[in-house]
Ligand binder design. Structure first.
Ligand code: EPU
Length: 292
């Protein structure tokens, strides 16, 4: 049997939640993206390990999609299997699984009166995505509250890494490609001021970011010592458009899908923003969002 057919047979025999030709636009906050050959939601770590092994044996490329909040998927979609860890969302004693919602965890811990992640109020992400991207902003990044991360290594072994063993940096956890975040444990400190800080961060976000329309958060990284949003704004690009996508008038580092935008619209807008900011300030903006 050819390898792709063998993989398809493995999925239909052994995996419950596997879909074929799934539109990734359904799974990204930008609501953009072509199809994945297979879209699979493993029930637990064992099923995930089995799928990874089968993909390796059948030479099928795999990727992990978190909550789709920080990604631009191309109109042609992706080959191979996209793994979504949304069914792996247990929170027990110390560890929180990768598929758990970050905003849910933040809300729960604020209600419990423990400090640790309240500065990430309103950041849409899965725990796995937030760890791999080292999610953060002006109030800090998730790395500062991490105690340990459970990973699958590229060889397929499961290991628990202490925070010191994860080389976190700006918007990345720094581990080689092929690692998967399975779960994370955090440092919690009882603190009566937690809710007030959470409310303040959320209010600031609502006032400055276009939270209501489909977007992928900040598109560009902040260059050292500068703010991408301010540079794009000062280059006069608020409201600039390409097809059905435009640069937000509320925060210039956001691109909005007006409803029917395609990835090509967004790519053209990204190129325009980069060129204008470079012309005006001689700064090369780097993408913060991932592109597939
Ligand atoms: N600014 C403008 N015009 C704009 C937008 C911003 O002049 O259109 C100015 C602001 O007035 C401010 C400065 O730029 O003086 C920085 O703006 P802001 O405080 O909104 O923070 P940011 O650096 O643009 C970062 C993160 C955000 C995070 C916020 C708040 C990056 C690339 N962005 O934004 O993260 O929500 O801090 O904590 O690090 C994301 O990662 O997707 C994201 C949105």
């Amino acid at each position: 049997m050819p390898a792709r057919a063998a993989f398809a047979a493995f999925l239909s025999d052994r995996v419950v939640d596997a879909r074929v030709d799934e539109p990734l636009a359904l799974h990204t906050t930008l609501r953009i993206g072509g199809t994945a050959d297979w879209f699979v939601r493993p029930r637990d770590e064992r099923e995930l390990a089995d799928i990874l092994r089968a993909a390796r044996e059948c030479d099928v490329p795999w990727r992990i999609l978190g909550s789709g909040a920080n990604i631009l998927v191309g109109d042609a979609g992706v080959c191979g299997v996209v793994l979504h860890l949304g069914r792996m969302r247990r929170r027990d004693g110390t560890q929180v699984q990768a598929g758990y919602s970050l905003s849910q965890l933040v809300k729960e811990t604020v209600a419990e009166g423990v400090s640790g992640l309240e500065f990430l109020a309103g950041v849409p992400a899965s725990i796995g995505g937030a760890i791999v991207m080292n999610a953060g902003g002006r109030y800090g990044e998730i790395a500062q509250s991490v105690r340990a991360v459970d990973v699958v290594t590229p060889e397929g072994d499961v290991r628990r890494l202490s925070r010191g063993e994860v080389p976190f940096r700006y918007r990345s956890w720094g581990l080689a490609p092929g690692h998967i975040a399975l779960a994370a444990g955090f440092q919690w400190t009882p603190d009566p001021g937690t809710r007030a800080r959470y409310d303040a961060v959320l209010a600031q976000k609502k006032a400055t970011q276009p939270l209501g329309s489909p977007n992928a958060g900040c598109v560009f990284k902040n260059p050292p010592g500068r703010h991408a949003g301010r540079l794009i704004d000062e280059a006069g690009l608020k409201g600039a458009r390409s097809g059905r996508a435009h640069v937000s008038r509320k925060h210039a580092n956001f691109i909005i899908n007006e409803g029917k935008a395609i990835a090509a619209d967004v790519h053209r807008l990204i190129d325009l923003v980069r060129a204008r900011v470079n012309e005006r300030f001689e700064v090369d903006l780097e993408l913060e969002i991932l592109t597939w």
